[in-house]
Ligand binder design. Structure first.
Ligand code: ZN
Length: 200
């Protein structure tokens, strides 16, 4: 059954973790922003956090590729979110894959306090490996929404973030000219032709 988010005020008192995950260009951040804006309309106190490693566009905004942005606070460690989210009803976390595994306990603690926690992050890195704390977040979340991009080579649903560049750091951030969303079949074909440099 599909999960449709509920923004009525009583919902927040129960506490829960929602995870939005998928590849580059799958609309994760857009979906995060959509849910948080609706929570604000419902009169809830909303705060958004992201790891300070993500400096692609701006220090203080969660910015999606279509530029519908929402202000956020960059934090160096997941533990800071516990302090900064005090008094919030809804806590948004973007680019969750860049935090370490302590984010899992942080999300559980926030939800146990009665907060609605909405987390967005990349499920896999460019080699198709589970990314950072994401597998654990998938396990503990009440609700998981997997979103897909469109394969730029065949038009099917894409789940892989193919790296066109030879850059090999896992934290290299997703710019349109570096990554290309591909389906399983096109990803495998691309891997056969051009194995990415893993830096090993
Ligand atoms: Zn394809």
């Amino acid at each position: 059954m599909e999960f449709l988010e509920n923004s009525v005020r009583s919902y927040s008192r129960k506490g829960s973790v929602e995870l939005i995950t998928g590849s580059m260009f799958s609309g994760k951040t857009e979906e995060l922003i959509r849910r948080l804006k609706r929570a604000r309309i419902a009169g809830l106190k909303v705060e958004i956090f992201k790891p300070s490693v993500d400096k692609r566009y701006s220090e203080t905004s969660v910015v999606s590729h279509d530029e519908r942005s929402i202000t956020s606070t960059p934090v160096e460690h997941a533990a800071s979110i516990l302090l900064l989210a005090e008094g919030c009803d809804v806590v948004g976390i973007d680019e969750a894959q860049f935090f370490d595994n302590s984010l899992v306990d942080v999300c559980n603690t926030l939800a146990d306090q009665g907060k609605r926690v909405v987390v967005a992050g990349l499920d896999m890195d460019f080699l198709g490996r589970p990314f950072g704390p994401m597998p654990y977040l998938l396990s503990i979340a009440e609700y998981v929404t997997k979103v897909h991009a469109i394969c730029t080579r065949c038009g099917n649903l894409a789940q892989y973030s193919w790296r066109k560049s030879a850059e090999s750091k896992q934290v290299l951030l997703g710019e349109k000219d570096v990554y290309e969303p591909l389906c399983r079949s096109c990803y495998n074909k691309a891997m056969e032709k051009d194995i990415p440099d893993t830096g090993k």
